[in-house]
Write a protein that binds this ligand. Structure first.
Ligand code: CP
Ligand code: NVA
Length: 296
């Protein structure tokens, strides 16, 4: 693996390699590393969108692997004043050992990887959120065992970045994914055809939830979609996850941040917070595995 730009570009073997190493990394946290994989390296985080989990877990992970991190808000570097992505990549490749980018256009992340000479990690774009979904797969494996044949229902904005990454992840790992979303918020048929696998789209959340091993949701107003907030909150309202939809054995997941009373009821989030915050913790372990593989 040279970069982590999308789940779509990963093979099943690469996904399994990340998951297997994540298990070791998690089990060994806190023990001294005889050969810290990022020793002497500085990695940059270029973020044009807000972040709590991704930023902090990457910065902590880099430090725990023996490296240093530099947080570069796009407002503070010349990129924000019109310097091209390609020139930024060429310059930063002379200083840094790798970059982690959160931004709007997927093409910016791809262009950075093309023009630069260092590993690039997609920390969320409008198209994909691969680090989140790898941590989610790891969490499901930890809690439910083998991924193959597990049934996951994603409720809400089925066209958002997290849902898109899930479509590719489910197809590659042999999970059965149902997207429960209203018209206008469903993934495009061309995307589903590209992904292959066992993916269904429905407007009927109640039925999709009843059959699920995992019930997953994400915010209704993704970063960059704030202008559409009024419409989104109205149209997506029937897709809230609440305790009436889940069986005791259903694993409830949320990538966070959560808006209680919107995509998930406060009651359900609080009842299942142990699993949901395990999911958030796993971002750290899985990203340390990703960094280790890319630095090798
Ligand atoms: N889930 C996630 O990526 O959270 P942040 O936006 O806080 O990084
Ligand atoms: N779909 C959300 C994910 C946040 C982690 C967004 O893009 O804002």
């Amino acid at each position: 693996m040279k970069h982590l730009l999308t789940i779509e570009q990963l093979s099943e073997a690469e996904i399994n390699e990340v998951l297997a190493l994540s298990r070791q990394v998690k089990a060994r946290r806190g023990q001294p590393l005889p050969h810290p994989p990022l020793a002497g390296q500085t990695w940059g985080l270029i973020f044009t969108k807000a972040s709590t989990r991704t930023r902090v877990s990457f910065e902590v992970g880099i430090r725990e692997l023996g490296g240093s991190s530099l947080y570069l808000s796009s407002k503070d570097i010349q990129l924000g004043r019109g310097e091209t992505v390609a020139d930024t990549a060429r310059v930063l490749s002379r200083y840094l050992y790798g970059v982690i980018i959160r931004t709007f256009a997927q093409s910016d992340v791809e262009e950075f990887a093309q023009a630069g000479t260092i590993p690039v990690i997609n920390a969320l774009t409008d198209d994909e959120h691969p680090c989140q979904i790898l941590a989610d797969l790891f969490t499901i494996q930890e809690k439910l065992g083998d991924l193959k044949g597990k049934r996951i229902t994603f409720a809400g904005d089925g066209a958002c970045n997290v849902a898109r990454s899930w479509i590719f992840a489910a197809a590659k790992t042999g999970m059965e994914l149902t997207i429960a979303a209203p018209p206008g918020y469903q993934p495009r048929p061309a995307l589903l055809a590209r992904a292959g696998g066992n993916i269904r789209v429905t407007e009927d959340l109640a039925t999709a939830a009843r059959n699920a091993d995992v019930l997953y949701t994400d915010v209704w107003v993704s970063m960059g979609k704030e202008d559409e907030a009024v419409d989104r909150l109205r149209v997506l309202a029937p897709y809230q996850l609440h305790s009436g939809l889940v069986r005791p054995e259903t694993l409830v997941m949320h990538c966070l941040p959560a808006y209680r009373g919107k995509e998930i009821s406060a009651e359900l989030l609080d009842a299942r917070q142990h699993d949901i915050f395990d999911q958030a913790e796993n971002r750290l372990h899985v990203q340390k595995a990703i960094l280790t593989l890319l630095a090798a």
